[in-house]
Ligand binder design. Sequence first.
Ligand SMILES: Cc1cc2nc3c(=O)[nH]c(=O)nc-3n(C[C@H](O)[C@H](O)[C@H](O)COP(=O)(O)OP(=O)(O)OC[C@H]3O[C@@H](n4cnc5c(N)ncnc54)[C@H](O)[C@@H]3O)c2cc1C
Length: 429
Amino acid sequence: MIKSEYVIVGANVAAVGAIDGIRRHDTKSSILSISYEPIGSYSKAMLAGYIEGAAHQWLEYRGKGYFDRMGVKCLIGRRVTVLDIEKSRLLLEGGEEVCYKKLLLAVGGAPFKPAIKGAENKELVFTFTEFLDAQKIRDTLKKFNDVAVIGAGFTGTEIAYTLNKLNKKVTVVELGDRALVKALDPKSSEIAESLMRDEGIEFYLNDTVEEIAGDREITGVRLKGGKVIPCQAVVTAIGVIPNGQLISGTPLKFDRGLDVDEFMRTNIPDVYGAGDVVKAVDITDGQKRSLPLWPLAYQQGLVAGINMAGSMYPYAGGLPMNSLKFLKLPILSAGITTPPDASYETLSTGDPKNSFYRSLVLKDGRLKGFVTIGAIDGAGVLTGLIRSKIDVSGIKEKLLYKKRIGLMQLPRDWRNKIFTRRDETAYHD
Ligand SMILES: Cc1cc2nc3c(=O)[nH]c(=O)nc-3n(C[C@H](O)[C@H](O)[C@H](O)COP(=O)(O)OP(=O)(O)OC[C@H]3O[C@@H](n4cnc5c(N)ncnc54)[C@H](O)[C@@H]3O)c2cc1C
């Protein structure tokens, strides 16, 4: 039996945030971090680069020595199969028991897998959410030339772009009427999609894959609309949902995400949650939802860790942000990009060649979200303005048209308001 004061299920960014947080206030007690993956903390944003051929060390987030340096025992390649809340213990695959005084669930998200006829038992059907997925794709690259990617969200477009770069013939199938529907507004979706089409990627919108044809080897995908696209591989990239596998059957509150309060505490004493598994506050509308983003996972982990070590430190909430760095033009978005109702004001501008585009979404004079393409220098100021909730009606034209928005262009008292959160949880990674 293993005993540890703090046990963290997970060893990636939310876990790292928590370790940093615990060690700020408790340098002595034992910490155990457990992950079923074969590597410890690593950057998922780099997985595409790994498929392209980068060494796996390149993915490392805090480096090999991090856990040792922090005095953390790490069980890598070990899966937790049972969470026994009543007895404050976990069971590992194989039956080994782990007892905790305080527990953090930093188990991340799981790929949403739609039930598609013919998807079972085929070697070249992939997801794209973790290291093992990327390794499987990389190891089998030589076995396919044509690939269908299901989903035109963030990970779908990223894997489509990557495989296209590796000279595969890529077709993206998307149920919605445009690409990147959650991150972008209709015009910026159109620009992103046309940048991808220019690279040779094909799109089928308003459609979905009903069947993956072939016996053991894939011969194609059949769309709901009737079209058959020949291919030898399929990547499903429909989205990531909070990973509730370990949680179901326990008294922990979980409904499309683990329920946590502002201190990252669950409904069970001494059990905390952080990262992609939880629903946390989105500062654009104050609602709790799952926001699967790296910096937010770190911050939530940090807050959880600080509080597990005895403080009462609130999580300030997170701002959804997306950046598409792989396209020819940089695209950045944050907050609400497509207004949900008529109470929002939308302003947009762009040049005829679509090399610059910007849209702003405001409510009651406050900036709630934006998209900027081609000129991303002012994005830090724009996100600062969303966070500060300052009434920007007097300068909204400037924010829209000026390609470079510097802090010096803002009134002096605003500058302080925008960058005042210099507290324990400010993200410096
Ligand atoms: C391809 C891709 C690209 C991305 N790019 C970006 C980006 O550019 N910018 C951005 O902000 N975000 C990006 N993200 C999202 C970001 O990576 C996640 O928000 C972040 O990794 C969440 O961290 P986490 O620690 O909560 O969970 P994860 O990183 O998912 O880690 C979960 C941990 O839990 C462990 N675990 C789960 N269940 C068990 C179990 N039963 N037993 C043992 N261990 C378990 C896993 O092994 C792992 O260590 C990307 C995601 C993907 C998939």
